[in-house]
Write a protein that binds this ligand. Sequence first.
Ligand SMILES: NC(=O)c1ccc[n+]([C@@H]2O[C@H](COP(=O)([O-])OP(=O)(O)OC[C@H]3O[C@@H](n4cnc5c(N)ncnc54)[C@H](O)[C@@H]3O)[C@@H](O)[C@H]2O)c1
Length: 245
Amino acid sequence: MSRLAGKTAIVTGAARGTGAVIARRFRDEGAVVVATDVADGEGIVHLDVTNEADWDQVVSGLDRVDVLVNNAAILHMGPIERTPGDKYRRVLEVNLVGPFLGIRAVLGPMRAVGGGSVVNISSIDGLIGMNGISAYGSSKFGLGGLMRCAALELGRDGIRVNNVCPAGGNPAMYAQWFEQMTSFLGQTAAYSDNRGIPGEVPLETIAAAAVFLASDEASHITGVDLPVDGGAAAGVVIEGLNTLE
Ligand SMILES: NC(=O)c1ccc[n+]([C@@H]2O[C@H](COP(=O)([O-])OP(=O)(O)OC[C@H]3O[C@@H](n4cnc5c(N)ncnc54)[C@H](O)[C@@H]3O)[C@@H](O)[C@H]2O)c1
C-alpha cells in the first residue's frame, strides 16, 4: 500500500509501543519516517518533546515535513492527594506542551509544501473522566483544546489537526502499577469487558487510524477526536438489557 507515498512524517515517542507500530505502519504505506524519542534505539533520532532546541534541530535537518504524529506521553496514576505538583506539571509538560512545541515547529515547513497533517495520539481519557489519573486526564483534555484551536487557526494553510483517542492497548505504559492493581483486577477487566466491542484495543488499529488521518483520504477532516476504543466513549453495555422481551 502507498497511502502516504511522498510524505515525510515525524513520529514522537517511537522507540517502543504505539509509536513504534505507527512508525512501521507509516513506512509500510510509503512515508519517509523520522522516528524520534528521548530513549535510544536503532534508527531513533533523539528528540525530547519538551525541548524547543531539539524540535528546531530535528525539523531544520529535513527537506520537508508533511505529517507530525504527537505520540510521546507519560502517565502518572494516583489520587489527587498523592499527586505531587511537580509530577502534575511534568505530565502536562510532556503530554501537552510537547505537542504544542511540535505543532509550532512544523508550521513553517508544512506551509512551505502547501499543508500537512498533525495527528495527536490522545486517549479516551481526553474524552471522559476517570478517577486516579487527574494529571494524565487533564493533559489529554488539554490536548483536545489545543487540537481544536490549531485546526481552526491552521485550516486555511491546508494544515489539518486531529486526535486519535485509544482506550488502552499498551500495558507497558502502566506496568509500574500492575502489582498494586492486582487487588481490583475484576474492576479493571470490567472496564474493557463492558464496551460495545469488548477487550483490548490492538495497537495496529490505533496506527491504522493515524494512517487514515495523515493521508489525503482525510483531506476534509480536521478538528475531530477519533476514538479507537471499541465503543467505550459511547457508553457501557449492561448485558441483561439485551435479553428483555
Ligand atoms: N498505553 C495505553 O494503553 C494508552 C491508552 C490510550 C492512549 N495512549 C497514548 O498512546 C501514546 C503512546 O503510548 P504508549 O502506550 O505507546 O506508551 P509507552 O510508554 O509504551 O511509549 C511512550 C514513548 O514516549 C517516549 N517519551 C516519554 N517522554 C518523552 C519525551 N519527553 N520526549 C520524547 N519521547 C518521550 C518514551 O521513551 C516511550 O518510548 C501516548 O500518547 C499515550 O498517552 C496509550
